[in-house]
Write a protein that binds this ligand. Structure first.
Ligand code: ADP
Ligand code: MG
Length: 234
């Protein structure tokens, strides 16, 4: 069985008297250990797909099954627990707390666990080491470069060792070189066993992935058709 199985997923947003069909029947299976990128033009439904997949956005119809659990059949509180145990999130704007050090930011997801302070510090240090920031644990976000802040956000997402890492345009604000460093880091985490699902609009990022899903107007389009489109556009 796949780690993640999405079946006939639909998401409609109502704004005013207009209905936006952001997802119009998406089927997708992701295996444990895969690195999948989701591509598509702005407005094609990428962020919606990732947030529904991540248990943060109730679908209008369809199911998301993760490790054998149908996410949206869980009561709200259990869904939050399931998310906390199984998913790490990385966003384009890092959402780091400016008055906390890198180490303290990485410790945040451990706040509500029963761990002892010393164990939290150790787990956070280990996560920072995995992203190559062991030496900068005591810096504040504004004392770090954009790429380093992104890596702190990644460390925070992996500190609880979630089996699945979700990222929405994590390199969107980074220059090419920094972006490549961050993608290399995601690739390494994936090689170490982390399942990664990443939204991106940058075709270069997809070269790091095992598989690329192309969305258009809320539907997955045929991958070979997408390749033709990409070639003719190039
Ligand atoms: P992408 O990430 O590919 O740019 P999104 O998933 O953000 O696409 O958006 C898909 C469509 O749904 C767009 O038309 C967008 O305007 C609409 N949309 C997204 N979020 C909302 C919302 N909270 N309310 C209303 N419409 C939304
Ligand atoms: Mg988006």
């Amino acid at each position: 069985m796949s780690l993640i199985t999405i079946t006939d997923l639909r998401k409609h947003y109502i704004s005013g008297d207009e209905t936006v069909e952001a997802l119009r029947g998406v089927d997708l299976a992701i295996e444990a250990g895969e690195f999948v990128t989701i591509m598509g033009q702005s407005g094609s439904g990428k962020s919606t797909l990732l947030s529904v997949l991540g248990g943060m956005n109730h679908p209008t119809a369809g199911t998301v099954e993760m490790a054998g659990v149908k996410l949206y059949e869980l009561p709200g509180e259990r869904l939050a627990d399931f998310r906390a145990e199984n998913l790490g999130f990385v966003f384009q704007s890092f959402h780091l707390i400016q008055y906390l050090t890198a180490l303290e930011n990485v410790m945040l997801p451990l706040a509500i666990t029963g761990m002892k302070k010393a164990d939290k510090v150790e787990a956070a240090r280990e996560a920072l080491e995995r992203v190559g920031l062991a030496g900068k644990a005591d810096r504040l976000p504004n004392q770090l470069s954009g790429g380093e802040q992104e890596r702190v956000a990644i460390a925070r997402a992996i500190v609880k060792k979630p089996p699945i890492l979700l990222a929405d345009e994590p390199t969107g604000n980074l220059d090419t070189k920094t972006s490549e460093e961050v993608m290399t880091l995601f690739r390494r985490l994936n090689d170490e066993g982390q399942t990664v699902v990443m939204v991106t609009h940058n075709p270069d990022n997809s070269t790091y992935a095992d598989r690329t899903i192309h969305l258009r107007d809320g539907l997955i389009i045929d991958e070979s058709a997408a390749a033709v489109t990409t070639r003719s556009a190039a």
